[in-house]
Design a binder for this molecule. Structure first.
Ligand SMILES: [Zn+2]
Length: 317
């Protein structure tokens, strides 16, 4: 059992029963400033699972960072009844500094796993996590938001071929469960290949703090801890969890100014009006209709869109 071992992170030992904060040296900025990754390790003396709670793989997805920050600040991990939590609120510090998903080299950490210690910045950040953290954990919770202006209604993405991930996703019990095969070189894929299941939580949109998505992320995390007897209580499930095994994007047929009339969380039927795209001069309007009956689990908040842009994400059975 992984919990029995002493964690060695950045040559610092964290034994069962100990709680420590560790600064992991990642690299330097062009200004010469050191970039340290702050890792919180909370360990009960009693055996149990080791869980990674991770935010900020994408530096602009602030809800994810805020979920982990609140869990730490509200001391949810301070008196674990068993097991361990490793909490990292912000993995991609470079992206956070630049209000960007990616690193200054334009690369995405979540397409750079397992990484390389001599590689690009993204590859180095991925390597630090793969090398220093993944060996110690049993499973992970990775907190994200929709990319760019796309809003995601609180949901968990998990691998449908991974029994443990399915079990964890049901325990987390977000409004929507989205089974999806992981992308090559993503954290979820590389961890799964090493036998470590990951749930990817998506809630809200980048660069926008949204309390609903943050609270759903926190509640789900507490339910996972509670199911493993690590904490005494967990919030009840307020929404019936809906699994959406199939999904498709409804895209812009024209470029122009976009107003949505239906939004994430709404049930829609094929042919229904979802939004309007207008030219800026008052000549024409195009109706965006649903090509699918299902549930909107994501939508685009962009005010101006281009032909082909993804506007609504519909999930269905
Ligand atoms: Zn993300």
């Amino acid at each position: 059992m992984k919990h029995q071992k002493n964690f060695i992170i950045n040559d610092i030992k964290v034994a069962p029963g100990e709680t420590k904060q560790i600064n992991l040296d990642v690299a330097r900025l062009h200004s010469g400033t050191h970039i340290d990754l702050l890792v919180h390790a909370y360990r009960s003396a009693k055996p149990g699972p080791v869980i990674l709670v991770l935010g900020g793989v994408h530096g602009d997805e602030v809800n994810g960072i805020e979920i982990v920050r609140r869990l730490i600040a509200n001391k949810h991990f301070n008196n674990l009844l068993c097991g361990s939590v490793i909490a990292i609120p912000l993995l991609n510090i470079y992206g956070f500094l630049n209000f960007s998903r990616d690193l200054p080299d334009g690369k995405d950490v979540n397409r750079s796993f397992p990484g390389n210690k001599n590689g690009s910045l993204a590859s180095r950040v991925a390597h630090v996590l793969s090398d220093e953290i993944l060996p110690w954990i049993d499973f992970g919770l990775d907190f994200h938001t929709g990319g760019s202006t796309r809003y995601n209604f609180p949901q968990i993405r998990y691998s449908p071929s991974d029994e443990k991930a399915i079990e964890l996703a049901k325990i987390f019990a977000p409004p929507y469960l989205i089974p999806s095969h992981p992308i090559d070189k993503s954290l979820r894929k590389v961890a799964q290949e090493r036998g470590t299941p990951f749930l990817v939580y998506e809630g809200g949109e980048s660069l926008r703090i949204e309390d609903f998505s943050i609270k759903e992320g926190i509640k789900g995390t507490l339910r996972v801890l509670h199911a493993h007897k690590m904490i005494k209580e967990a919030p009840p499930v307020a929404f019936p969890t809906v699994t959406l095994p199939k999904k498709r994007w409804i895209r812009a047929s024209k470029s122009g100014m976009f107003r949505w009339l239906r939004q994430s969380g709404d049930s829609v039927v094929e042919g229904e009006t979802l939004g309007i795209i207008s030219d800026p001069y008052g000549y024409s309007e195009a109706i965006v209709t649903s090509t699918q009956t299902g549930i909107l689990f994501g939508h685009n908040n962009a005010s101006v869109v281009n032909q082909g842009d993804a506007l609504f994400h519909v999930g269905y059975k």
